[in-house]
Design a protein around this ligand. Structure first.
Ligand code: SAH
Length: 577
């Protein structure tokens, strides 16, 4: 819950706008501000105070308990010009809240935590539990001092500017700061931060009525004896029949992890070192704990063991621990047609989330400033598509966080297909859509895509011309608006006139045609012409050509394809219906 506090009429007005925008997430605290701040501080995860920062500092100072306990606090000034992340920038989410509040109120977010200002991810924002000298290592990263990454478990972390040649080697640099990715229960050394990857799966079995304490003691004992950190446990796993077993549900809750279940058939198919008769009779699989832990692969670190009971009665729980290999992450990111503000916030976030960037050199140049310092950039020239796809997938398989970029949408005549054709299910794949050239051009031209439309690439590099021609003919016969990608290059100049000729067999010479070059880029140019008048010399590889259907008209210099549906009161072809 976000507590909202204000003192003045202007503050109350801004507060009400925020409350109206987020009705489920906010609660207004009325009354004297000191009292309101104290109540909200105790009850909410976050506060937005429409008060001066000085006033808020004085009010919250006596309430501060520590970085992990305090709520995130954002202050908005009287004029609603700034949203200041005052307290709990990372842990309390105040930086993000300041940006979100800024979005609603039109206020400039003010973020002063050092890692954000320097474009570095905070060590406490990586989504992994972190222990040790966070402040010291963060300062070293900010100061550009060498920091060694020692990843015992490969994990797809965003880029951090590590010492030369580090990255994933963990070479011993004397006295250097160190970020260690480990699921082992080791103490953090001096100048060291431990990141806990979610790499451990604990398989559990339980008889009906097994107490949560017994399950927890068993799991915690197994981890302790094996020298493993409970903070690296990703999930408890068991058989479907035990999905609602109270002891298991409670144990998972106490460990803060989900309880994942598999069918008895799935578990029976998993090869395990210690099968037994008892579970086979009870739930239909010769192993629950080991099989559930191993169901998604990995290395068995702790074989099946039973709980111990002081009263000598039979054990009611079993467990086994498996380390799963870290899954790499491949983000396939469309960076839009060119203009920075047509690159989506999600695309920008994925670029910053990556430690390896793969792309065509000219696209990499467009977004280089968005990358975290330390991002490994693997760029290549035109024509190296297959190699780029293979590289991106291979890096993800090594456990890296990879962003593979393409202009427009990365799935439209671009890298997503060759990359995903290579990728197996041992990596996570995230797609980020981008504004494709046809849409960027359509917005320049008017409304040419108001009815059914199709994109056709005229490049016969990978597609025989007969296939392209057949598709152009089909679009012509079906009266579909067509956008041609890759319309014409120096060595490839007869295809466009030929394709337009096929369309002209079914559409009048006066049919509107839009030609847009470098849509949304600095040197954008466009013209609206007709099928009869288009000069192919206007067209090159930076261009898309959009041909209207038989109903498309030019209105005030803009291309408009009527929607033509009956429910419209009037349309451009038929007048009032
Ligand atoms: N993935 C890209 C398309 C790659 S094919 C996308 O979704 O937009 C390359 C072709 O796209 C170019 O030959 C050109 O026809 C078209 N194109 C890409 N960006 C363009 C832009 N900004 N303006 C006009 N055409 C563009």
């Amino acid at each position: 819950m976000i507590g909202l506090i204000s003192a003045t009429a202007a503050g109350a007005a801004a507060r009400d706008r925020l409350a109206a925008a987020w009705p489920e997430r906010t609660r207004v605290y009325d009354g004297p501000v000191g009292d309101a701040v104290r109540r909200a501080f105790g009850e909410c995860e976050q506060l937005v105070c429409f008060l001066a920062t000085g006033a808020v500092v004085r009010l919250v100072a006596p309430l501060l308990a520590g970085k992990t306990a305090d709520p995130g606090v954002v202050c908005v000034d009287e004029a609603g010009r700034h949203a200041v992340a005052l307290l709990g920038g990372h842990g309390g989410g105040a930086n993000e809240l300041a940006r979100a509040v800024g979005g609603v109120l039109g206020a400039e977010p003010v973020v002063t935590t050092a890692t954000d200002a320097a474009g570095l991810p905070g060590l406490d924002t990586l989504g992994l539990p972190v222990e040790g000298d966070v402040a010291g290592v963060t300062r070293a990263l900010l100061d550009g001092e060498p920091v060694v990454l020692d990843a015992e478990v490969p994990w797809p972390l965003p880029a951090l500017p590590f010492a030369d040649g580090a990255g994933d080697t963990g070479g011993a640099v004397e006295g250097a700061y160190r970020v260690r990715v480990t699921d082992r229960e080791v103490p953090a050394g001096e100048r060291e931060v431990l990141l806990r990857p979610a790499s451990l799966v604990v398989g559990v079995g339980a008889s009906r009525g097994a107490p949560a304490e017994e399950v927890l003691d068993l799991v915690e004992g197994a981890l302790r004896e094996a020298g493993l950190s409970a903070r690296s446990v990703a999930e408890l796993a068991t058989v479907d029949a035990k999905a609602d077993e109270p002891g298991l549900v409670a144990a998972a809750e106490r460990l803060g992890v989900p309880l994942v279940t598999y069918s008895a058939d799935e578990l029976a198919a998993v090869e395990v070192p210690n099968p037994s008769q008892a579970p086979l009779a009870a739930v239909g699989t010769p192993s629950v704990a080991e099989a559930a832990a191993l169901a998604r692969g990995g290395e068995l670190l702790v074989p099946k063991r039973k709980s111990e009971r002081a009263d000598g009665r039979p054990a009611m729980a079993t467990c086994a621990v498996v380390r799963r290999p870290g899954r790499g992450r491949l983000a396939v990111v469309g960076i839009g047609p060119g203009a920075r503000d047509l690159l989506t916030p999600r695309a920008a976030a994925e670029l910053r989330r990556a430690s390896v960037l793969v792309g065509l050199d000219q696209y990499v140049d467009q977004i280089r400033d968005l990358l975290r310092p330390g991002t490994r950039v693997l760029e290549s020239g035109l024509g190296a598509e297959e190699e780029r796809a293979r590289t991106a997938v291979a890096e993800a398989r090594r456990g890296q966080a990879v962003a593979l970029i393409g202009s427009g949408d990365a799935g439209v005549y671009a890298m997503a297909s060759p990359a995903l054709a290579e990728a197996s299910d041992d990596i996570d794949v995230v797609g980020v859509p981008g504004v494709t050239a046809a849409l960027a051009a359509a917005a320049v031209l008017g409304a040419p895509l108001g009815h059914d439309h199709v994109s056709i690439s005229l490049s016969d590099l990978h597609t025989p011309w007969e296939v392209i021609e057949r598709r152009v003919r089909a679009a012509a016969e079906a009266d579909i608006v067509v956008t041609f990608y890759n319309p014409r290059s120096r060595g490839r100049d007869w295809q466009l006139p030929k394709a337009l000729g096929i369309l002209a067999e079914h559409r009048a010479p006066a049919t509107p045609v839009g030609v847009v070059r470098n849509a949304s880029r600095a040197d954008e140019s466009s013209r609206v012409t007709t099928l009869g008048e288009l000069d192919p010399a206007w067209v090159d590889m930076m261009t898309v050509v959009t041909v209207g259907n038989t109903a498309t008209r030019i209105v005030a210099g803009r291309m408009v394809t009527p929607r033509g549906y009956r429910w419209q009161a009037s349309d451009l072809t038929g007048g009032t219906v």
